[in-house]
Design a protein around this ligand. Structure first.
Ligand SMILES: NC(=O)c1ccc[n+]([C@@H]2O[C@H](COP(=O)([O-])OP(=O)(O)OC[C@H]3O[C@@H](n4cnc5c(N)ncnc54)[C@H](O)[C@@H]3O)[C@@H](O)[C@H]2O)c1
Length: 394
């Protein structure tokens, strides 16, 4: 299927680096960025066709999917323009910066008869599928509690001015600080949790801007750099989700059940191991747990080997897997895994985490019913029999 990128910034290089994983399946017709220097640097690096305008890109014959890789504040106008041109859209996350913006886009797509989906797609990765299978198979018994850390360290003190993408884009620190680490990262774990446990029912959150001075080269208006929220799922499971760019790097996701804990170190690393540690019950086990708290447990057998290697410029996740799944869904006329209803739900929960002042506390999630029609709301027994989504052979 023919696709085209709008936005040729930092993440566009990561998407482009994954294109060879989808040869014969996705064909990049061309790219566009309203910043002509950026567009030129990108097309010089990759040899792709540059469109002169968004209108020219949208008019490309047989274009299957517009991949919106603009910065979060520009997602809505670009997605809206593509929908108005009758194009299917896959958007980077978040779908919108507010629940109402995300809902507006979803409804506009439905009205126009086009399909809409959004990142993150790490739930389609081997690590997430392995984790999900272990949960389904009862590896930790009944799940009670989830701890999800998304602490990124003090990014404003890091040497991010030297974080340069393949085509020369400096990591957009100012934009990241203004969008907020919660909007940037929470979706990576909330999507996994919603896939495994169903829609979020209620959220109780706290967020704060702990370090207003981000020491940037130009003035910025940072969003909260710390948030902590409790997500309640049907069935009583509670997840504590923490986001910050203050506390030291820690991206552990721990799923605690009666019989043990499933743990991953990095929720967007497709090749990362899933570990299982049994609940300490004996005196000796409890002693060992206290004495050696870093013991991580045994590695769970993966659903399949990851069909690529990260490093040497290749990111740890296949950024185009969501686009590929979406293209397949559009072609087959079936619902997509990362469809707009899910993205609306993820956007609402994320907004509640980053901006708790906009909602009552605890906040009832209004979109919980909207995303449960397809794969998410399946009954527990059906979910148990549900196979991992990866069907393609490596
Ligand atoms: N930077 C990362 O590490 C990273 C990782 C994963 C996901 N993301 C997500 O990817 C998206 C893009 O982030 P980024 O880091 O690449 O940002 P970026 O600022 O480097 O790139 C965005 C590009 O979009 C272009 N753009 C903005 N509005 C446009 C418009 N109306 N028409 C055409 N071009 C337009 C900008 O000129 C810019 O080149 C965000 O949603 C972000 O959350 C970023």
């Amino acid at each position: 299927m023919k696709i085209a990128f709008v936005g040729c910034g930092y993440v566009a290089d990561m998407y482009r680096q994954c294109l060879d994983l989808h040869s014969g399946e996705l064909e990049l017709a061309g790219v566009y960025d309203r910043d002509s220097e950026r567009l030129a640097a990108f097309t010089k690096t990759w040899g792709d066709r540059a469109y002169a305008s968004l209108a020219e890109l949208l008019a490309e014959p047989d274009l299957g999917v517009v991949v919106n890789l603009t910065d979060p504040e520009n997602h809505a106008p670009v997605t809206r323009a593509a929908i108005a041109a009758g194009r299917h859209v896959y958007s980077e996350k978040p779908l919108g910066m507010t629940l109402s913006e995300a809902r507006g886009l979803r409804d506009a797509a439905a009205k126009a008869g086009v399909r809409l989906a959004a990142a993150p797609s790490n739930i389609l990765g081997e690590q997430a599928q392995t984790l999900w299978r272990a949960v389904r198979e009862g590896a930790v018994g009944r799940v009670r509690l989830v701890y999800a850390e998304l602490d990124d360290g003090m990014v404003h003190k890091a040497d991010y001015r030297n974080w340069i993408s393949r085509s020369g884009r400096r990591w957009p620190a100012e934009g990241e600080f203004e969008t907020g680490c919660t909007f940037e990262h929470a979706g990576y774990v909330v999507t996994l949790l919603v896939a495994m446990f169903g829609p979020v029912r209620r959220v109780t959150a706290y967020a704060s801007l702990l370090i207003p001075d981000k020491e940037c080269d130009q003035p910025v208006h940072p969003a909260p750099d710390f948030s902590c929220g409790l997500l309640e799922f049907n069935g009583g499971i509670v997840a504590r989700v923490t986001n910050s760019i203050v506390a030291p790097y820690d991206h552990r996701l721990r799923i605690v059940g009666d019989a043990g804990v499933l743990q991953v170190e990095e929720p967007w690393d497709f090749a990362g191991p899933v570990r299982l540690k049994r609940t300490a019950t004996t005196r000796l086990d409890r002693f060992l747990e206290r004495r050696f708290p870093l013991r991580k447990g045994r590695v769970v057998k993966a659903v399949r080997p990851v069909p690529f290697r990260s490093g040497r410029g290749r990111p740890p996740m296949d950024f185009l897997r969501g686009v590929s799944e979406f293209a397949e869904a559009v072609t087959a006329g079936r619902p997509g895994r990362m469809d707009a209803d899910l993205a609306v739900h993820i956007t609402e929960v994320t907004e509640m985490l980053q901006h708790p002042e906009r909602y009552p506390r605890p906040a009832t999630v209004s979109s919980q019913g909207e995303c449960c029609g397809r794969w998410i709301g399946r009954s527990e027994s059906r979910r148990k029999s549900h196979r991992p989504w990866i069907t393609r052979r490596p």
